[in-house]
Design a protein around this ligand. Structure first.
Ligand SMILES: Nc1ncnc2c1ncn2[C@@H]1O[C@H](COP(=O)(O)OP(=O)(O)OP(=O)(O)O)[C@@H](O)[C@H]1O
Ligand SMILES: [Mg+2]
Length: 470
């Protein structure tokens, strides 16, 4: 560690030098502020400065100011001969960390130096953790190489640097929050806050007070003035999850923040200016809510400047093995296990499932399997029952939708649902199932082949998802 001592009194410099060298520090010395600044200019390895506030030429305070501008993170300890506290206060205003009045004891100097260096170390550590966190949410952590995911990556890359509001759409568990964080961390706002608001779960008044804050007494229970999340997120991003659940009144206020970049706390008439980027998420179709009059059209178009639609997992099955290996690593490490792979049998089941809960469901499945696993491989027996013996829950449509449907697919689904159900009732015995459905066993067998239903050893039924041609 290298310390720069700035003091015009030679005796003092020598004392400090001797004390600190004894502690193992390297010492550089300057007699004036000008000299100190020149040294700092070409020596990048100074870790700390001890600065006398009373200097000839440019004053200690001016030196401190210049030093701060050049290197805001360099810790500075100020010494002054005047025991007056004023000099110290002035120095603190300019960002000196510590203050030692003259005369001082040697131990006091050593103690303060160590404290300042420790503080520096901690703030460096903090920086590192922040960088690590950014890394964690970097989009390299969003797994996927399928075509629809590539489009998602491309959109994130293009949209992140801008200030534009973004709408992230997709079924539950498709990674909307993950994408929102990735956008924030890839944006110039990364160093400021990312604030998540769960718009869906709060009653309207509470939602508004958490978004915009409130004044003391604004409503029953508002016992103190509170800042809103829009203030907390100033300079950063706000993530409005489940935006479709926000009521019309709050929507109007949101629109104002977006348009005017200002808002008022509940119970206040004072406007507060903020610079916040909005990332909204929805798992319902906002355009539908809009035509029902439950979502403001103007807000919709404001939020929807850029839409990133996350594909459901069943539409990108080639990503399943990648995700599986990602979660194997994640949960092996978390549980101090060495589970390296899933058996081909288990993988087939994972590839076949329709994953209504998307990536979250897959993640939970792998976590559970890793925890239960006693070897280094996951076999089918470690997968939950409902995956191994699935029941077709996707009911065939009974109403022809406006954009039409394939009658053939609908009928197939209906047949599948009936066959799977009767196979289950018959414990997988096809002859019995055929009886239940009043079919000849050979007819049932033929239909099962056509519909991709096959029975497994020990009467387990495994289905392939019906391939729906889109
Ligand atoms: N592409 C992906 N790569 C890696 N992990 C993912 C991916 N997509 C989702 N996940 C993981 O799946 C889980 C669910 O993701 P997330 O919370 O972002 O989904 P969501 O769309 O916000 O769901 P919901 O609508 O239910 O809130 C998280 O643990 C997330 O880390
Ligand atoms: Mg979510």
């Amino acid at each position: 560690m290298r310390i720069l001592i700035v003091d015009d009194e030679e005796v003092l410099r020598d004392v400090l030098e001797a004390v600190l060298r004894r502690e193992g520090f390297e010492i550089v010395m300057a007699a004036t502020g000008e000299h100190a600044l020149a040294i700092l200019d070409d020596d990048d390895n100074i870790d700390l400065v001890i600065l006398d506030i009373m200097l000839p030429g440019i004053s200690g305070i001016d030196t401190l100011r210049a030093l701060r501008i050049a290197n805001p993170y360099l810790p500075v300890i100020v010494i002054t001969a005047y025991s007056s506290i004023d000099g110290a206060i002035e120095a603190m205003k300019h960002g000196a960390f510590h203050y030692i009045p003259k005369p001082f004891k040697n131990e006091e100097v050593v103690l303060t130096v160590n404290k300042a260096l420790e503080q520096r170390r901690l703030s460096k550590e903090n920086e590192r953790l922040k960088a690590e966190l950014s890394q964690k949410y970097a989009y390299s952590n969003i797994i996927g190489k399928s075509e629809p995911m590539r489009k998602v990556f491309e959109l994130i890359r293009l949209a992140a640097p801008s200030r534009s509001n973004i709408l992230v759409a997709g079924e539950s568990g498709t990674g909307k929050e993950l994408v929102a964080k990735a956008i924030h961390h890839a944006s110039p706002r990364a160093r400021n806050a990312f604030v998540t608001v769960n718009s869906g779960s709060l009653p309207p008044e509470l939602l508004e007070s958490s978004l915009f804050g409130h004044m003391k007494g604004a409503f029953t229970g508002a016992i103190a003035t509170k800042r809103g999340l829009f203030e907390v997120a100033d300079g950063g991003s706000i993530f409005l999850d489940e935006i479709g659940n926000i009521n019309l009144e709050t929507q109007a206020k949101l629109l104002r923040v977006i348009q005017e970049r200002e808002f008022m706390r509940l119970g206040s008439v004072e406007t507060i200016k903020v610079d916040v980027r909005i990332i909204a998420a929805t798992n319902v179709e906002l355009s539908k809510l809009m035509s029902d009059g439950r979502f403001r059209e103007d807000l919709y178009y404001r939020l929807n400047v850029i839409t990133i639609t996350l594909p459901p997992l069943r539409r990108r099955r080639e990503d399943i093995p990648l995700l599986v290996s990602h979660f194997l690593d994640k949960y092996s490490e978390e549980n101090k296990r060495k589970v390296r792979e899933v058996t081909p049998d288990a993988m087939r089941i994972l590839m076949d499932h329709s994953w209504p809960g998307n990536v979250r469901e897959l993640e939970n499945t792998i976590e559970r399997a890793v925890v239960l696993c006693t070897t280094d491989r996951i076999g089918p027996e470690l997968l939950p029952e409902y995956l191994r013996y699935p029941v077709d829950t996707e009911q065939p449509a009974m109403v022809v939708p406006a954009d039409g449907l394939s009658l053939k697919d609908s009928v197939s689904r209906y047949e599948r649902a009936m066959i799977l159900q009767s196979l289950e009732m018959a414990n997988g015995v096809q002859k019995k199932a055929a009886e239940l459905l009043q079919l000849k066993p050979s007819t049932l067998n033929e239909m099962m082949k056509r519909l991709g239903i096959h029975t497994r050893s020990n009467a387990a039924i495994i289905e392939d998802e019906v391939t729906i041609v889109e």
